[in-house]
Design a protein around this ligand. Structure first.
Ligand code: ATP
Length: 383
């Protein structure tokens, strides 16, 4: 029989805390525990600067859980969450919180690390694709943007962070479960040369809906850090729609290089897009630009273009708030059919007008990424 959450926690009480004081459960270091398919998922919160040194603690916790009768596997990760108001984790004045310096390796001797969001080894840049509300085509944009970045010659992965309604398995036409190496590191799934990870690969449809707060966070961190992504120029993260607390926490915890906001042209959608931009501003993640989706309609029979949706709204909005405008994606029937068939248009019809649009957007996004990375290069400061 598979043990329940309490028996897992009881077993974890045998694992001593750092410095051999107390145990990791009573010290409040263990996240919510999630059990699915006889596999146990949780994370252990440690100070960022001690992450390396505490690897044996992680390994011990994993060992203890795996030894429980009925447990098929355990996925345990160390997380270094930024605690509100914790002085050591606050960004230094003038230094953005998303700075990519390694917390443990680049901090000058004797000084606390400036931030707790460690980079992911091997991944050059992480881009969030977000929307203020659902249904604007965020996931469709994310997957085609990822494939367009690839078509532009980059090594790309995609992480479906929409844990409540994962859509990557369908959009990329991938089914089955990912393999695990040594019962720990997950091998990402792949199609069209794009590495992909999604909660949809790990749990059965329907299960994800009951996930809540901390469980979602630790699952996301595991999908980000416990996956053998290999060397990637860029990882595209398909964020859950909306601007609530869950999205804010996610935007805060993932070491994002920047965010792409997807909106439809209508005024109401633009209000939501603005909320999205504000959210990223709040956590000091640069907004790389806005994409206007379902911008105009291309008639399938004649190829004629109709501006029936108030096209141009997102462009005007982007100009008004000083955010780059990345492009206009038309509404076409084929994009919907391709998405549902798991054959995104950028790979199935690379010469389609829409695929050109996505590749142009990808070029602009990459330019913005580089502009922001250059700006983040270490500055010499005199203290
Ligand atoms: N440019 C487009 N032309 C035609 N259909 C589109 C376009 N973009 C997206 N769609 C369709 O709109 C629907 C919603 O798209 P998608 O799932 O990408 O949106 P989303 O914002 O990620 O939604 P959710 O918030 O539910 O995750 C899908 O059926 C998709 O195929």
């Amino acid at each position: 029989m598979v043990p329940d959450k309490n028996s897992v926690l009881d077993a974890l009480k045998t694992v001593r805390g750092p410095d051999l004081e107390g145990n990791i459960v009573d010290l409040g270091m263990v996240s919510d525990v999630f059990i699915s398919d006889a596999k146990v998922y949780f994370s252990i919160n440690v100070p960022a600067e001690r992450a390396k040194e505490l690897e044996p603690l992680r390994a011990a916790a994993e060992r203890v859980v795996k030894a429980l009768p009925g447990v098929k596997g355990a996925l345990v990760s160390l997380t270094a969450e930024r605690k509100a108001g914790a002085a050591s984790a606050a960004p230094a004045p003038g230094k953005p919180a998303h700075s990519h310096s390694h917390a443990h390796s680049h901090a000058p001797a004797g000084q606390p690390p400036k931030q707790a969001k460690a980079d992911i080894p091997g991944i050059g840049a992480i881009i969030a694709v977000a929307s203020g509300k659902g249904g604007v085509g965020k996931s469709t944009t994310a997957v085609n943007l990822a494939l367009a970045l690839m078509a532009n010659g980059l090594k790309v992965g995609i992480l479906d962070a929409d844990v409540y309604g994962p859509s990557m398995p369908r959009l990329l036409g991938i089914s089955g479960r990912p393999e695990q190496i040594d019962g720990r590191i997950i091998v990402p799934m792949e199609n069209y040369g794009l590495k992909a990870m999604s909660m949809g690969f790990l749990v059965d449809e329907g299960t994800a809906m009951i996930w809540r707060g901390p469980m979602v966070q630790s699952a996301l961190m595991q999908m980000l850090r416990e996956v053998a992504w290999g060397q990637l120029d860029v990882l595209v993260v398909d964020m859950p729609p909306g601007t609530g607390d869950a999205q804010l926490t996610m935007a805060q915890q993932v070491p994002l290089t920047g965010a792409v906001i997807v909106s439809t042209p209508q005024d109401l959608a633009l209000i939501d897009a603005r909320k999205g931009i504000n959210m990223f501003n709040k956590v000091e993640v640069p907004v790389l630009g806005i994409v206007e989706n379902m911008s105009y309609f291309i008639a399938p029979d004649t190829g004629n273009r109709y501006d029936i949706f108030g096209h141009g709204g997102a462009k005007a909005e982007a100009e008004a708030i000083g955010v780059p405008f990345l492009g206009e994606v038309p509404l076409t029937i084929s994009i919907r059919e391709k998405s549902d068939a798991g054959t995104p248009i950028v790979v199935s019809e690379p010469e389609h007008v829409q695929s050109h649009v996505y590749r142009d957007i990808a070029t602009k996004v990459w330019q913005e990424v580089q502009r922001h990375s250059a700006r983040k290069a270490p500055k010499i400061t005199f203290e």
